[in-house]
Design a protein around this ligand. Structure first.
Ligand code: ATP
Ligand code: MG
Length: 391
């Protein structure tokens, strides 16, 4: 028995309901031959059990007539995404889950992590969107290879751009390259709302949201506009970054956002020539902080030149080299985040009722003279906590 014979036999198996066979579709993978014993995987796009059963039956028949004596056909179907059971205000109801990627400090690798986690989630078979909520410093278009690409606008609604099977929107795609933005808090709040309401996002399993650094208006507005299913904090191992990351974790708690974990980025250095890992900024220093907030470090991502070039060249490392060490860690982190999201939904989801503003969206409680109610201290250091966008 040879691979050629196996493929020829399997090319007689039509995908149910189509005139094309499973080999031509590219669904047959991992063929293993041992004498006349054959094992293989058929990676299908349907969850219907009758499709799996029929392919298995027809494939077994075709291989038996080609002379195989033992046949092991493994059918791999996509993960069925769990519906979100979240409640409260949701201005983007077609999105089932929202993942907020935050950090206390700038430049620690939020955008890099957001892009690679999004690509890894999509590779799991999930329908994923990526929103670049960093209004001042939108880097996602470059990192997704979409720099300079303009979206289609139809009657005041904007189509998201697409790359690597992911829908994406960013202020960078809406304004001219290199243009500086000087915005007040209330304008940031409006921009975030429009990103959720006026972009034609599909029915997404998960929208990954890359936040600007800090704990300000953008984070608060997002939490008030949609029930954020989980929050992910990105930090580097130095103490100065950890101090700021504590603020980010504390913000999740105050905004009633369950914490999906911490990514410790720039944790060690992998030399590109030898593959040897060196400790530069320290490693594993985030563990006490994870314990303090009852969460876990879901990945230690080393400094690796290929991560930076992947970002600069618009080809995320998880896509270009999914088997390298950093990609494996991003992929494991994405799997952990998704498991947390499923668990949150299984336990009733999230509710953002407790963080709603005391003034209408976009209206500053400070500028209207309304006394801010001490309802909920929403963003610890930088805002008055009423959702007014006064800082
Ligand atoms: N693990 C890594 N190894 C090598 N380079 C990295 C790594 N993580 C991030 N970088 C690079 O560091 C720079 C900053 O990363 P990134 O833009 O993702 O940070 P950020 O937290 O989103 O920054 P900002 O706060 O400005 O939005 C980028 O050039 C990125 O390619
Ligand atoms: Mg960024």
């Amino acid at each position: 028995m040879t691979e050629e014979i196996v493929k020829t036999a399997l090319s007689k198996v039509m995908y149910p309901g189509f005139t094309k066979d499973i080999v031509t579709f590219g669904f047959v993978k991992d063929i293993n031959i041992d004498g006349s014993a054959v094992s293989f995987t058929v990676d299908i796009t349907s969850n219907a059990p009758e499709v799996a059963d029929e392919i298995k039956k027809e494939a077994t028949k075709a291989l038996a007539s080609a002379g195989a004596t033992a046949i092991n056909c493994h059918i791999q179907a996509p993960v069925i995404p769990k519906e979100s059971s979240s409640q409260g205000k949701n201005i983007a109801p077609q999105v089932k889950n929202f993942l907020m990627v935050s950090s206390g400090k700038g430049g620690v690798g939020k955008s890099t992590s957001s892009v690679n986690i999004a690509v890894a989630l999509a590779a799991q078979g999930l329908k994923v969107g990526l929103l670049d909520a960093d209004i001042y410093g939108p880097n996602i278009p470059r990192m997704m290879g979409l720099n300079g690409v303009k979206p289609e606008v139809t009657s005041n609604k904007v189509m998201p751009l697409k790359a690597y099977g992911i829908e994406m929107m960013s202020m960078g795609a809406l304004m001219d390259e290199g243009q500086a933005l000087i915005w007040r808090g209330s304008m940031i709040m409006k921009a975030i709302e429009q990103f959720l309401r006026d972009i034609l996002w599909s029915e997404l399993d998960c929208l990954v949201i890359d936040m600007p650094p800090g704990t300000g208006d953008a984070q608060l507005t997002l939490a008030q506009s949609v029930p954020v299913t989980a929050g992910l904090t990105v930090t580097t191992p130095q103490s100065v970054s950890l101090d700021d990351s504590r603020r980010s974790l504390s913000m999740f708690k105050k905004l009633d956002i369950p914490i999906a974990g911490i990514i410790e980025n720039m944790s060690g250095f992998i030399a590109p020539d030898t593959g040897v890992e060196y400790d530069i900024f320290g490693k594993g220093t985030s563990q006490p902080m994870a314990d303090e907030y009852d969460t876990k470090i879901i990945a230690e991502i080393p400094i690796e030149p290929a991560i930076r070039t992947g970002g600069d060249e618009g080809v995320p490392i998880v896509f270009s080299n999914p088997t390298c060490e950093s990609s494996k860690r991003f992929i494991a982190a994405a799997a952990s985040v998704w498991a947390t999201i499923e668990e949150i939904n299984a336990n009733g989801g999230v509710d953002n009722k407790g963080v709603q503003p005391t003034t209408p969206p976009g209206v500053s409680a400070c500028s209207t003279g309304a006394a801010p109610e001490p309802k909920k201290e929403a963003s610890s250091d930088e805002s008055c906590g009423t959702g007014c966008g006064c800082h």
